[in-house]
Design a protein around this ligand. Structure first.
Ligand code: NCD
Length: 389
């Protein structure tokens, strides 16, 4: 069944992206620490509620991206450029000499990985991207061992990192967190770039970069991503990866999207409105099998139960939205099967060895594209290109 393609009038969609979530208060109750200080920053609410297009310049410096907060910051020239840098890094990394060259690019820089929400791939790929380019890395993987236990605000915590390092990469359960910290830091005398490694159910822009890189590589012999049909499957409502990836589709010609989900997890109106504004066709359905033969890529996602208001009342798994071994015979010969991972039951393990299963390559691509992003942020990409001239 096809859902009607609603010309939705999304309310600003800010309610569930508000910063005053109770999450950190809940954590504090559990570990007996002091309630976190919530500072009021004059001007923040006004900035946060602006249209995204009005905010983009604030996260740039001298015409280049400085902070990476939203997927809407990336245009096509940037995407193509970044994929090219990632290809060069990948090639150089094949030899010991090439790896040494890469390691000598940024040994004078230090990065902080502030990951206070669980992460395996995003954390490790960023950490290893730093190692590839020679950066030193510090990390915090929870709030229980920092001064946040004493009630320090997140903004002061981040500002403290900026006193010691040249780059901050953050993952946080609150939507808007990366944006707010970049906004605060950019008004200080030591702004350092912030890269958003996931902000609640809202955005995951660097995942979208690696997803595009994977799609472009998968389709490199059949005209790239332009003109392709992509299915996104699962929890589209709370999955930040599919949200960020949808935004990036504005950069590609003639792409169409198939949103396949249980009714309760349909893609939110803000994304649909964005697609309508940019003339990107999308279809909504709960009939996964009918979509399988039509598309060039199938992007599977996990049910994001951690964001549920009532986890015990929610099903763990939706078998009609799983990709099974028998489905391999009905998808196109060039179809790419993707997943941001971690997976639960969405893709049977028997699918893993099919050449169209791209998710393990996809996770490794995360390291190359993040290394490319860091090289871009510190403006050393010309030195990488020079190795090939
Ligand atoms: C995703 C995330 O954290 O949003 N994982 C990732 O970063 N690779 C997807 C998920 O957790 O389901």
């Amino acid at each position: 069944m096809l859902f009607p393609c609603s010309a939705c009038l999304a309310q600003k969609g800010r309610a569930d992206t508000a910063l005053n979530s109770n999450l950190s208060l809940e954590v504090n109750k559990m570990n007996g620490s002091v309630e976190q200080t919530r500072q009021t920053y004059p001007g923040w609410d006004e900035f946060y509620n602006k249209d995204i297009d009005e905010k983009l310049d604030f996260f740039k410096l001298n015409g280049r991206l400085f902070d990476v907060i939203f997927a809407q910051q990336f245009d096509r020239p940037f995407m193509d450029y970044l994929c090219k840098i990632a290809d060069m890094i990948r090639l150089l990394a094949q030899t010991k000499m090439g790896q040494e060259k890469l390691r000598h690019l940024l040994p004078h820089k230090r990065a902080m990985l502030y990951f206070v929400q669980p992460s395996t791939r995003t954390f490790l790929s960023f950490q290893n991207a730093c190692y590839i380019l020679g950066l030193s890395v510090s990390e915090s993987r929870g709030t229980s061992t920092s001064s946040e236990v004493k009630g320090e605000s997140s903004e002061d915590t981040i500002r403290t990192f900026a006193s010691y390092v040249d780059l901050i990469i953050s993952r946080h359960p609150e939507a808007g967190f990366a944006e707010k910290t970049a906004w605060v830091l950019n008004q200080t005398d030591r702004p350092v770039p912030i890269l958003n490694g996931g902000s609640g159910p809202d955005q995951h822009p660097t995942q979208a970069l690696l997803d595009i890189y994977t799609l472009e590589r998968s389709f490199q012999h059949i005209g790239g991503l332009d003109g392709k049909k992509i299915a996104m499957v699962g929890d589209l409502k709370r999955g930040r990866t599919v949200r960020s990836l949808s935004y990036l589709m504005k950069n590609y010609n003639d792409v169409s999207l198939y949103f396949v989900s249980p009714d309760v997890f349909r893609m939110k109106d803000d994304i649909k409105k964005f697609l309508e504004k940019h003339g990107i066709p999308y279809y909504e359905t709960d009939d996964f099998e009918s979509v399988m033969p039509l598309v060039d890529a199938i992007y599977m996602t996990r049910i994001q139960k951690e964001y549920s208001d009532d986890p015990s009342g929610e099903a763990d798994t939706y078998p009609e939205f799983h990709f099974k071994k028998e489905h391999l015979s009905i998808i196109q010969p060039n179809c790419t099967i993707m997943h941001p991972l971690p997976r639960r039951y969405e893709i049977e393990v028997e699918v893993d060895n099919d050449p169209r299963a791209a998710y393990w390559r996809q996770e490794r691509n995360g390291m190359w594209i993040r290394a490319a992003l860091i090289a871009y942020v510190f403006q050393v990409e010309q030195e990488i290109f020079a190795e090939f001239s």
